[in-house]
Design a protein around this ligand. Structure first.
Ligand code: BDR
Ligand code: CA
Length: 320
């Protein structure tokens, strides 16, 4: 049976790739997409989700626009990384005629009151924190939650210790982890320890173009800017695509390995946004997270390329 899931995201280049992967995956029934401010202001994220859905002929999926700012901190976008338009300065034509529905927080509360659903969170956790604090009873209706965010042993990407999604709205992430602890549930944390190993290189993009020219060219157009950013700041030829790994892991748990632990998110000081993972059980608290530390990059890349291009990959050998 397909898994019913809401994708909460801030598209965003890698969020867009994650949406493409999710919508090309028969295991998933994406019931809605909720947008949060993060990589780009929420209005731009909303427009970008429409662009992706239109390309995939899936404008039937509802999109709900969410929070414009983090719970406490001033909002800081990641347009330096994703481009002013959030799609690597591709400036695609807007998709007209898509009526705005209720706001994302109201939708999340109502949807979870009605049925058990899973959540894949690809942006700052503001929408989710607001929904859970509005009505804590909906937490029992969350089947599973996978969050791209945080880091355990790996360094941060916004400070020496903090990853962007948790750094952008540390109060929201902290609240979500606290509430999951209170309700004896776990967040699957797909952090930089594993996502940093997922690098889409120009060669892999060429490979995609050979397999499916239209999809490959689209991926090329949105990742070009992102690759330049990675070269400038990390001297990597290619780009780290964090968010698709969260979707892939949701589909296939064998792609990553990790351990259970109690995790809290720092909300002040120089380590603001840091995910403090109690791997040594200092706090003597029940686990509220499953922390991923290992990933099978080749298996991920095969799944990603096959799903996006619709082509079966045989005999790739060590190529991927
Ligand atoms: C995360 O932050 C965003 O820039 C990406 O979309 C990803 O969700 C990585 O730190
Ligand atoms: Ca994201």
């Amino acid at each position: 049976m397909k898994k019913k899931v809401i994708i909460d995201c801030d598209p965003g280049i890698d969020d867009s790739l994650a949406l493409m992967l999710a919508l090309n995956s028969p295991e998933l029934d994406v019931v809605a997409i909720t947008i949060v401010c993060g990589n780009v202001p929420v209005e731009i994220g909303f427009e970008n989700a429409k662009i992706i859905l239109q390309r995939l002929h899936r404008l039937d999926i509802p999109i709900y626009q969410g929070e414009k700012a983090p719970l406490v901190r001033p909002y800081i976008s990641a347009q330096d990384t994703h481009g002013m338009d959030g799609l690597g300065e591709s400036h695609f034509a807007p998709v007209p005629g898509y009526e705005k529905k209720e706001d994302a927080v109201t939708f999340l509360v109502n949807a979870l009151k009605k049925e058990r659903l899973s959540i894949i969170a690809l942006g700052p956790m503001t929408n989710l924190a607001k929904a859970f604090s509005k009505d804590e009873t909906i937490l029992s209706q969350v089947d599973e939650i996978v969050s791209m965010g945080g880091n355990f042993r790996s360094h941060g990407n916004c400070s020496p210790v903090a990853e962007y999604n948790y750094w952008c709205d540390p109060d929201a992430a902290a609240l979500c982890y606290e509430l999951f602890a209170k309700h004896h549930k776990k967040i699957h944390m797909v952090g930089l320890d594993v996502t940093r190993k997922i690098v889409l290189t120009p060669t892999l993009v060429s490979y995609m173009k050979r397999l499916q020219p239209e999809v490959g060219s689209f991926v090329e157009s949105i990742t070009h800017f992102y690759m330049d950013f990675h070269w400038e700041y990390e001297k990597i030829i290619g780009c780290v695509i964090n968010d698709p790994l969260a979707v892939a892991y949701f589909i296939d748990r064998s792609l990553c390995q990790g351990f259970d632990a109690y995790t809290a998110i720092e909300t002040t000081g120089i380590s603001i946004g840091q995910s403090v993972v109690d791997s040594m059980h200092f706090y003597k608290k029940e686990s509220n997270s499953h922390i991923l530390t290992e990933v099978d990059q080749t298996a991920f890349m095969k799944l990603f390329l096959e799903r996006l291009t619709g082509q079966k990959l045989e005999n790739t050998g060590d190529y991927l």
